[in-house]
Design a protein around this ligand. Structure first.
Ligand code: MG
Length: 387
């Protein structure tokens, strides 16, 4: 047990990861304390969370929406802060131990950046922070003495398996992929799948953006880029293997041929808890494996023709520079267009490739360049959809 409770800031507390994080905190018996919760616009949920957990602060980042909301049910002692700048102020407070970066999409980069700048430990659920700004984000963490801990289940598994050997002994990392709901589909049928079919993930219960990314395997492409930066790997050291049961969350292969895996039922509460309690392990609320019952674990290589996103992810991990920001921005816009029923699922990856090919590549971009390119890629894809 830690000597004192850890103060946790949850950025994006009303989303899927945010809500699971609050479950972990509530079950911690006081060893994890919710210092601040932030939400962009789901203010009813944020207010309900504040009533239940009594954090010191809540942050409503959409100032305009926050002004129109009735906050009269907010309990005494919970201080309301409004606007995006409040995030940077709160994460820098001396008493903050861990900042959970759980905002979906490139909007999460702002909070990750502020927390790293303040030298904090960041539990990173927002993979876009590394996809968009990998080299800049990891350099900032090193400069400020901040710690980046993975919450993404695959990267948490790799992080845990890396503790079995030395870095120079690692041959490669195997990221597992469930294959999504369309694993067995012929490529031509992918053009006709509905939003409802794409949102029905076979093993994981997640938010809509990441569920669609799992259906196209773009999620795995983004995770390749995330792993490249998080663990300082060469792209050639990152492999993907399809594992439909989502029990083995990823593996590290060492030079002697040993493969170390991390196994648990698909439940985000475990990787969230490990990031919050690291370097210790605690009794947890996540589901446990039951080896008294028969279980089959299957592995197969991914079908590169059916899922062209994987090649795109490897290319972007190799090229670095501006490619991650463009790929991510284009994908977010394309997924939004699919969810709005304005683009078929099979057009998402080609739209991303088109944006990558149309952009002016820079191997050493600044943060503001990346932010601008993210916006540019979204606008390009939206323009193609409306054309
Ligand atoms: Mg993942």
């Amino acid at each position: 047990m830690p000597a004192r409770s850890k103060n946790i800031v949850v950025l994006g507390s009303t989303g899927s990861i945010g809500r699971s994080t609050l479950e972990v905190i509530a079950a911690s018996g006081g060893t994890l304390r919710p210092l601040a919760l932030s939400a962009h616009s789901s203010f009813d949920v944020l207010e309900a969370q504040a009533r239940e957990l009594l954090p010191q602060f809540i942050i409503a980042t959409d100032s305009e929406g926050a002004c129109g909301h009735d906050w009269s049910a907010l309990p005494d002692g919970v201080q309301l802060l409004v606007g995006p700048d409040a995030v940077a102020e709160v994460v820098a407070r001396a008493e903050v131990d861990v900042v959970v970066s759980a905002i979906v999409g490139s909007a999460g980069l702002h909070g990750t950046w502020a927390a790293l700048e303040a030298g904090k430990t960041v539990a990173l659920a927002n993979k876009e922070s590394l996809v968009v700004g990998g080299p800049l984000v990891t350099r900032l963490a090193t400069e400020r003495g901040a710690t980046l801990l993975p919450v993404d289940s695959e990267h948490s598994a790799v992080f845990q398996a890396l503790q079995a050997g030395r870095r120079e002994e690692v041959r490669r990392v195997w990221l597992t992929a469930s294959g999504g709901p369309f694993r067995g589909f012929p490529p031509e049928r992918l053009g006709q799948v509905t939003v409802e079919e794409a949102l029905a993930h076979p093993t994981w219960d997640m938010g809509p953006k990441i569920t669609i990314d799992s259906a196209t395997l773009m999620n795995k492409a983004l995770e390749i880029i995330e792993a490249r930066w998080l663990f300082n790997l060469r792209p050639g050291q990152i492999g993907v293997v399809v594992h439909p049961q989502s029990i083995v969350h990823s593996m590290v292969e060492y030079i002697d041929g040993s493969v170390i895996a991390q196994l648990s039922p698909p439940d985000m509460k475990l990787p969230i808890q490990y990031a919050l309690t690291w370097p210790e392990r605690c009794e947890g609320v996540a589901a446990k494996l039951d080896f008294s019952r028969a279980m089959h674990l299957e592995f197969e290589p991914p079908d590169a023709d059916r899922f062209p996103a994987l090649a795109l992810g490897l290319e972007a991990a190799e090229a670095g520079g501006t490619t991650g920001a463009v790929l991510n921005g284009a994908n977010e816009a394309a997924v939004a267009a699919f969810l709005a029923r304005r683009m078929p699922l099979s057009h998402i990856v080609p739209a991303c490739r088109r944006a990558l090919e149309a952009h002016t590549y820079d191997p050493n971009p600044t943060l503001s360049q990346l932010v601008n390119l993210d916006r540019w890629a979204r606008e390009e894809v939206s323009r193609w959809v409306s054309a």
